[in-house]
Design a protein around this ligand. Sequence first.
Ligand code: 6V0
Length: 332
Amino acid sequence: GSFFAPIQQAAPPSPTKRHIKISIVGAGNVGMAIAQTLLTQDLADELALVDALPDKLRGEMLDLQHAAAFLPRTKIVASTDYSVTTASDLCIVTAGARQISGESRLNLLQRNVSLFKKIIPPLVQYSPDAILMIVSNPVDVLTYIAWKLSGFPSNRVIGSGTNLDSSRFRFLIADHLDVNAQDVQAYIIGEHGDSSVALWSSISVGGVPILSFLEKRQIAYEKETLVKIHKEVINCAYEVIQLKGYTSWAVGYSVANLAWSILRDQRRIHPVSVLAKGFHDIDDGEVFLSLPAQLGRGGVLGVINVPISDEEADHLRRSAKTILEVQEQLGV
Ligand code: 6V0
């Protein structure tokens, strides 16, 4: 017998209520930080975890399930078998090989490409209508690989890209000016990591464009401060890794925020890795780079053609060229 006595005229479940399912491949530091943030958001009805290590995976699943009394209801499932991801709306990939000491970046990348060949086809098979969100590094190249392996239209393959770099940038500017980071608008675009591009002219605080404001007051040194802040954005990932071994909380929040914009059709603008061909005269080949993109239920709804300086455009094209060379070396 069931615990509840049935109610005679219970209304059938509404056929319009959509069951939202998110899958995460890679139950490591980053995957689990994303999972835990997602659970606090009341976004998904079901969360599926996949990893290659069955014990670690089951341990993580149970640990999350034990928090059910404090969270909005989400069914949590986990398996090394991809059938657990069936009918996902969003598949987030954080699985990655760890760098072996002395290993070249290209070799590491090659190992990650082999990994993606095992991960992407089954995800696509079980969730042919899903949106793919790639987090594993180097994220721009791996987003391209995932796009190629999936056969999906490019609007359904997104790399988390410089979304995290931009939130670090906003935090540091906010800290410097002693304001709330949510009131700081600032974008870092291009390649995630060392060669990202800060869009200086887009920085505004409470609607005030900062650079022109400073120029009018002839506060020149502040531009240097901002340039220093951008350098700090690049270095702070290394600093966190050096101090605690990996980064997790900020990337967890940043990816959960992307998931929200997509699945709740928020149409918000996020700097994420998208097929950049055709933008800012990037036309040598197919390459994914972060640009301010509007995200919604269909994935990437559009890319904003932000006015950028010649110098910034040059920088973007150089990143595109480097990434294309890597893709050629990989032979994909
Ligand atoms: P981690 O803790 O080593 O987790 C990786 C997980 O992947 C492990 O649990 C592995 O068992 C699992 N895994 C390995 N092979 C497979 C496979 N074939 N199938 C399924 N699972 C597999 O690494 P961590 O979580 O710290 O980082 C994951 C990735 O995220 C790395 O590539 C990082 O560089 C990248 N990051 C990306 C960021 C971004 O902003 N895009 C930010 C931080 C980290």
